[in-house]
Design a protein. Structure first.
Length: 68
């Protein structure tokens, strides 16, 4: 059978797979990049607050995720 040029994809069991191919890991990477670039930090306590903020933001995204 000739190759069509399209990449064959397997069905995924990941409930957070976006219709356009985004995963929760992609979203987490974008959140990290955005937060780190917007609020550069120098103090450990501020860093802990940023990590808590990023975690809460990600949890909020997951709670409102509708698969699209």
């Amino acid at each position: 059978m000739a190759h069509s040029g399209f990449v064959e994809t397997q069905p995924t069991e990941n409930p957070f797979q976006h219709a356009f191919g985004f995963t929760i890991h992609d979203v987490w990477g974008l959140i990290n990049d955005y937060v780190d670039n917007q609020w550069p930090y120098r103090v450990t306590t501020i860093r802990l607050e940023l990590e808590r903020f990023k975690r809460n933001l990600l949890v909020g995204c997951i709670q409102h995720f509708d698969g699209y």
